[in-house]
Design a binder for this molecule. Structure first.
Ligand SMILES: [Mg+2]
Length: 184
């Protein structure tokens, strides 16, 4: 699989609330790795809302959940303060280091794990390097992106163009809606 192919998500949904989790369960997925920033909450929010906590707690009845963030301990532990989800900080996605740690934490085989995140260059590419499957979600609030993320978004635009050229069918199926949702 080429680098460009590794950036193509297995699916896209506008938010974490719209993913058909019952189908994932049917496919044998037992474990969900969630990115935090702009996947569950915006960068300028510091804690999960009751809605987000309730939603993830409901999912926890069917799945093992790990929140896997590139942010530091303070940010991640504070965001999850009213929850008991497993979490990893400084995950250094898209390297394999954090993914390997998270897999060890849940003691699960790779084919049963789904990564869910808002960034092609870290969440999707990183997951596919392991490889585990990965769903792209729309960003909670893109204007809150930080500097490094803004740079990743710039790379993402280049990759999107390459995918459109090399894999037009997959682009149409999995990314055209994403591009439309974010007016890229
Ligand atoms: Mg993110």
């Amino acid at each position: 699989m080429s680098m460009v192919q590794k950036c193509i998500p297995d699916d896209y949904h506008a938010s974490i609330f719209e993913i058909p989790y019952h189908l994932l369960k049917k496919q044998g997925i037992t474990t969900l790795f969630f990115d935090l920033d702009n996947t569950i909450i915006a960068y300028d929010e510091d804690q999960l809302s009751k809605r987000e906590i309730d939603f993830l707690n409901e999912l926890k009845k069917d799945f093992k959940i790990v929140v896997m963030s590139n942010s530091g301990y303070k940010r991640v532990s504070h965001a999850l303060i009213n929850t008991d989800f497993m979490f990893l900080w400084h995950s250094i996605k898209p390297t394999k280091i954090g993914f390997k740690k998270a897999i060890k934490k849940v003691n699960e085989t790779k084919d049963k794990i789904m990564m869910i995140g808002d960034q092609m260059m870290t969440d999707i590419y990183g997951a596919h390097r392991i490889p585990i499957k990965a769903i792209l979600v729309g960003s909670v609030k893109r204007s809150s992106d930080r500097k490094l993320t803004k740079f990743n978004r710039f790379l993402e635009k280049i990759i999107l163009k390459k995918i459109m050229r090399k894999e037009p069918k997959l682009y149409e199926e999995r990314l055209s809606e994403y591009v439309k949702d974010h007016a890229l």
